[in-house]
Design a binder for this molecule. Structure first.
Ligand code: CA
Length: 533
C-alpha cells in the first residue's frame, strides 16, 4: 500500500514539476494540437473522415469476399535495432542481409516513426492491452527472482481475450516475458494456445553458457540458487484451461540456439491448421532472437557476411519471417491476413557486439530515440498499397485498437479504464493514409520522460549515460535544468542540440499536452504490482 501511494504521488509530483520549474506558462488550449478526444478514457486522435471511409469500404468488400473477419499476424523481433533491416538502412550494408523484411517493407507500408516502450515486458503487455505500462503496473522486465504482489492480468482486458470471445482462435508462439506464474501465462490471459518460452533468451542461457557466465554455470551451489528463483529452462506448450507441458529442456547453448527454429516450425504448422478451419485467427509470433545472448543455430552459423552470432541470428529471423509469410500464402490466407513486423525495443548496446544497430542516440532502456524508435512494417496484400512509406507517428500500442477494429469489435474496447492506443486502421488502409496519432508519450518505468509531437520531441527528464554504450547498467535519470530539452528530430535526429529557447510558443503548447496526459492519471490511477524501480 505504501509503495502504491508513493508511486502515485511520484507521478503527481512529476506532473506538477513539469508545469512549474522550467516550463513556460501552459496555455489552456494547445496551439499546436489538432487531435480530438472522443471520450474521457480514450487518447485524443486526429480525424481523417475521407481515409476512414475508404478503409471502411475496403474492409466491407474484403469481408464480403472472404466470408469472415481477417486474420491478424504480428511478428515481433526481440531487441532488433532500428538500423538492422536493410529497408531501414542496415541489411547487407552492415553485414546481415534481410531480403524478406525488405521485400515486405517494399510491398507494404514502411513506418519510420514507430515507437515501442524502452524494454521487453512493457512493450509486450502494452500492445496486448493498448495501455501504457505505468497503468498496468508492468513497468519493467520481469526477471528471475522478482516477486509480483498482484497479478496485473487479473483485471486487464487483453486483445486475445476480446478476439477469442468474438470467435477468433488465438495463439502465441515464441517469447512471452510477461509472467510465468499461473494466472499470468499466455494461455491464462486470453490465448488459446502457447508454444514457447516464458523468459528472455539471456534469462535461460545464463544457466548453460559457461563462457559468458562461468561464475554461475561452473558453481553448482550458485546454479542451485538460480534455479530456486524459479527461472524457467524449457520450451513450454500450454492450452487455455488445459495442460501445460515442457516440450524441450534447454540444457546447452546449442539447444538454446534452436529455440526460434522450433517455434517457427510450430507457427508454420499451426497456420496450416488454422487456415483450414472456419474461424479467423490471431497469431503473435514473438522471436527469442535477437536478444542477447545470441548463439547461431546449426543451419545459420556463418550465414551472415559478418559471421558474428548476432548477425547470423538477424539472417535467421529474417528467413523465418519469409517462411511464415509463405506459409500464409501457401495456406491461401495471405489476402485475408494483416501482418505487422516490428521490434519490441531498441538494440541492447550493453551487450555489444552481441547487439543491433540504431542510428539514434541511446539504446534499449533509454528514452532517447535509440531506445524506443523501432522498425515498423505493415503488410497486407491487396489492402495496404505497396511502396508506401510514412514518417507519421505510430505507437505499437496502436496495434491493440487497430486489431480490435479489424475484427469489427471497436465497441468492445473497455471504457472503464484509460486506453492509450489509437485505431490506425485508416492510416494503414487509406491509400494516402495519414496517422491518426499526434503524440507519443515516452515513459521509463514510472518516470514520464518525453513526448514526441510531429517532428518535435520534448524531454522533461533525461537519461544520462555515464558510459556511452551502457544504457541499462550505468545510467541515471535526471531532471532538466532551466527549460525542457526540445529537439527538432528532422534537423537533429540524434537529439544533440536543444532549441527550446527559440521556440517558447511551441514549448507552451507541448507543456499543455503533457499536462493533459498527466491529468488522465488523476481519474485513472496507475496500478502497482510490486515491480520496484
Ligand atoms: Ca526486448
Amino acid at each position: 500500500m505504501y509503495a502504491f501511494k508513493r508511486h502515485s504521488s511520484a507521478i503527481a509530483v512529476a506532473a506538477a514539476l513539469m508545469l512549474s520549474a522550467g516550463f513556460p506558462e501552459a496555455s489552456a488550449q494547445s496551439v499546436l494540437s489538432k487531435a480530438e478526444r472522443a471520450s474521457e478514457s480514450m487518447e485524443p486522435a486526429l480525424r481523417h473522415p475521407d481515409q476512414d471511409a475508404q478503409a471502411r469500404a475496403k474492409l466491407e468488400a474484403l469481408r464480403a469476399r472472404m466470408g469472415k473477419q481477417p486474420n491478424i499476424v504480428w511478428l515481433v523481433v526481440d531487441d532488433m535495432g532500428y538500423g538492422d533491416p536493410g529497408a531501414f538502412g542496415g541489411g547487407a550494408a552492415i553485414g546481415a542481409a534481410t531480403p524478406n523484411m525488405d521485400r515486405l517493407a517494399r510491398e507494404g507500408l514502411k513506418l519510420t516513426s514507430a515507437y515501442s516502450q524502452p524494454t521487453c515486458t512493457p512493450t509486450r503487455s502494452a500492445i496486448l492491452t493498448g495501455r501504457l505500462p505505468v497503468r498496468t503496473g508492468l513497468t519493467r522486465p520481469i526477471l528471475a527472482g522478482d516477486t509480483i504482489t498482484r497479478n496485473p492480468w487479473a483485471d486487464e482486458i487483453s486483445l486475445p481475450r476480446l478476439l477469442g470471445e468474438a470467435g477468433y482462435r488465438t495463439v502465441l508462439s515464441g517469447k512471452w516475458h510477461v509472467g510465468a506464474a499461473q494466472g499470468m501465462r499466455p494461455h491464462d490471459i486470453g490465448f488459446d494456445e502457447f508454444y514457447g518460452f516464458y523468459e528472455a533468451e539471456k534469462e535461460i542461457s545464463q544457466a548453460v553458457d559457461k563462457r559468458r557466465y562461468p561464475d554461475l554455470v561452473l558453481n553448482p551451489e550458485r546454479l542451485a540458487m538460480l534455479r530456486k528463483t524459479g527461472a524457467s529452462d524449457a520450451l513450454v506448450h500450454g492450452f487455455k484451461g488445459g495442460q501445460t507441458t515442457d516440450v524441450v529442456k534447454i540444457d546447452s547453448t546449442a539447444a538454446m540456439a534452436e529455440g526460434d527454429r522450433m517455434t517457427k516450425e510450430f507457427s508454420v504448422a499451426k497456420i496450416k491448421e488454422l487456415a483450414a478451419g472456419n474461424q479467423p485467427f490471431f497469431l503473435e509470433h514473438a522471436f527469442m532472437k535477437v536478444h542477447a545472448d545470441n548463439f547461431a543455430s546449426k543451419a545459420f552459423e556463418g550465414k551472415s557476411a559478418s559471421k558474428y552470432p548476432y548477425k547470423d541470428d538477424v539472417v535467421e529471423v529474417d528467413a523465418y519471417i519469409g517462411e511464415i509469410t509463405k506459409a500464409l500464402e501457401d495456406a491461401g490466407v495471405l489476402d485475408n491476413t494483416f501482418i505487422f513486423i516490428t521490434s519490441d525495443n531498441g538494440p541492447q548496446l550493453d551487450s555489444w557486439p552481441d547487439a543491433g544497430y540504431t542510428p539514434f542516440r541511446g539504446a534499449k532502456a533509454s528514452a532517447w530515440e535509440g531506445g524506443v524508435r523501432v522498425p515498423g512494417i505493415a503488410y497486407w496484400r491487396g489492402m495496404i498499397a505497396p511502396g508506401r512509406e510514412s514518417d507519421d507517428l505510430f505507437d505499437l500500442m496502436d496495434l491493440f485498437n487497430t486489431s480490435v477494429r479489424l475484427a469489427g469489435l471497436e465497441k468492445k474496447i473497455p471504457s472503464d479504464r484509460y486506453i492509450d492506443g489509437i485505431d490506425q486502421t485508416s492510416f494503414l488502409l487509406g491509400d494516402k493514409g495519414r496517422s491518426n496519432r499526434e503524440k507519443v508519450y515516452i515513459w521509463a518505468e514510472r518516470d514520464l520522460m518525453a513526448m514526441r509531437m510531429y517532428e518535435y520531441k520534448i524531454h522533461v527528464k533525461v537519461v544520462q549515460e555515464h558510459a556511452q554504450w551502457l544504457n541499462i547498467d550505468m545510467t541515471t535519470i535526471s531532471d532538466v535544468g532551466l527549460a525542457p530539452w526540445l529537439f527538432n528530430l528532422y534537423i537533429d535526429p540524434k537529439e544533440q542540440y536543444p532549441v527550446g529557447h527559440r521556440m517558447n510558443a511551441f514549448l507552451a503548447s507541448m507543456a499543455a499536452e503533457m499536462k493533459g496526459h498527466a491529468a488522465t492519471f488523476k481519474k485513472y490511477p496507475p496500478k502497482n504490482i510490486g515491480l520496484g524501480q
